[in-house]
Design a protein around this ligand. Structure first.
Ligand SMILES: Cc1ncc(COP(=O)(O)O)c(C=O)c1O
Length: 383
């Protein structure tokens, strides 16, 4: 009988190898950028920019075990991960089809920077396989999407896209930052490459900047070569903090899932709220896909205030416990208005067309007592 792999809640603590007798229970921080080398040999050369120092290797093994990937690479930021993943996948003359519902920085990298390198990018509405199929060309090498998407929390069905990518022999690249591996493991659904901003749920404490690329060992090695040359590696301390943060990923995300569902349900009943974006709600258009594809609906949600931009400004000023801050995925509940953060580069009309009208508030739900969170929201939302 083959042994069953440990469950996710165990893998976040022990995945990728645990210490043996005599070794410390906690991975020691090796904050050295230089390592003594064998004389007369290039073998075993260690350097943080190469992604092969002890704290990087330890957390990379754990992340690969969590996602069910052959290999993982930790980089200096989520944007560094996306950039190096694309540099390893695409050459001048190649074409990428990407979802238009993505983080604003990712959109700028794909739509503004890649074309400068001779790489064409077509942005599509990601909800139906037909739009993806229509955008494909002979030179297409990859399809890229986020699920759930930032900031509208739409859940994209990976089933049809996996079949399309398989038929065409191209790579399906999924940024699953909003889900974390507790709620979604895209490789189980046919993705070839998984990306995360580790700054968000993976670390979970708003104190580390990092990114992750996961996939086959040969592809991850190509990404590593790009990371080395484009200088996108993390510091050993960031890797150490990330490994420590990962140990509580399962308990954090389970609480965040439960808190977010309670808050979304409460918001949906409130007369000052015109719309709630959370696939955990039964009447959400992505509820069926999310129920099939995800193990939990996640800690990210968004809502629209009927009073638009001015109502959102008043709401944010009245909040006492919940803070207005741009990042996400941490233990503290925070809110932000994408019109001032991730989507500030778009015009109001452009944002409205992207489903982010003024009055749209994104919530990254934390691990606090949900009663306190709802009380704070209740005193801040206008009757
Ligand atoms: C879905 C998603 N991917 C990638 C990034 C970029 O990550 P980082 O800020 O760590 O570079 C973000 C940042 O907000 C994001 O929301």
């Amino acid at each position: 009988m083959t042994e069953r792999p440990p469950r996710l809640a165990t893998r976040v603590v022990h995945g990728g190898g645990a210490p043996v007798t005599g070794e410390p229970v906690v991975t020691p921080l090796v904050q050295s950028v230089n390592f003594v080398e064998a004389i007369g040999s290039a073998e075993g050369l260690r350097y943080p920019r190469y992604g092969n120092v002890p704290n990087a290797e330890q957390v990379q093994r754990r992340l690969a075990a969590l996602e069910g990937a052959e290999a993982a690479l930790v980089l200096g930021s989520g944007m560094g991960a996306l950039a190096c993943a694309m540099l390893a996948l695409l050459r001048p003359g190649d074409h990428l089809v990407a979802s238009e519902w993505i983080y604003g920085g990712a959109r700028r990298l794909l739509a503004e920077e890649l074309p400068r390198l001779g790489i064409d990018v077509t942005l599509v509405d990601p909800t139906g396989a037909r739009a993806w199929r229509r955008a494909l060309r002979r030179e297409t090498r990859g399809m890229f999407l986020e699920t759930p998407s930032n900031p509208a929390c739409r859940v994209i069905d990976l089933g049809p896209l996996r079949r399309l990518a398989g038929d065409e022999g191209i790579a399906l690249v999924v940024d699953a930052t909003f889900a974390s591996p507790i709620n979604l493991r895209p490789i189980e659904h046919g993705a070839d490459v998984v990306l995360h901003s580790a700054t968000k749920y993976l670390n979970g404490h708003n104190d580390v900047l990092g990114g992750v690329v996961l996939g086959t060992a040969s592809y991850v090695e190509e990404v590593r070569q790009k990371m080395i040359l484009w200088g996108q590696a993390p510091d050993p301390f960031a890797c150490w903090l990330l490994e420590r943060g990962l140990k509580t990923l399962d308990v954090r995300v389970q609480r965040q899932n439960a808190n977010a569902l309670a808050i979304a349900t409460w918001l949906a009943e409130h007369p000052a709220v015109s719309r709630v974006h959370y696939a955990g709600l039964r009447d959400h258009p992505d509820h069926a896909v999310a129920s099939r594809q995800m193990s939990g609906f996640g800690g990210m949600l968004a809502f629209e205030l009927a009073g638009g931009g001015p109502a959102a400004a008043r709401f944010l000023k009245r909040l006492r416990l919940i803070r207005n801050a741009p990042s996400l995925g941490g233990v503290d509940t925070i809110v932000s208005e994408p019109r001032y953060t991730s989507h500030a580069h778009l015009s109001p009309e452009g944002r409205a067309a992207a489903g982010i009208p003024d009055g749209f508030v994104r919530v990254s739900v934390g691990i606090e007592a949900v009663e306190d969170l709802i009380e704070d929201l209740a005193q801040a939302v206008e009757r």
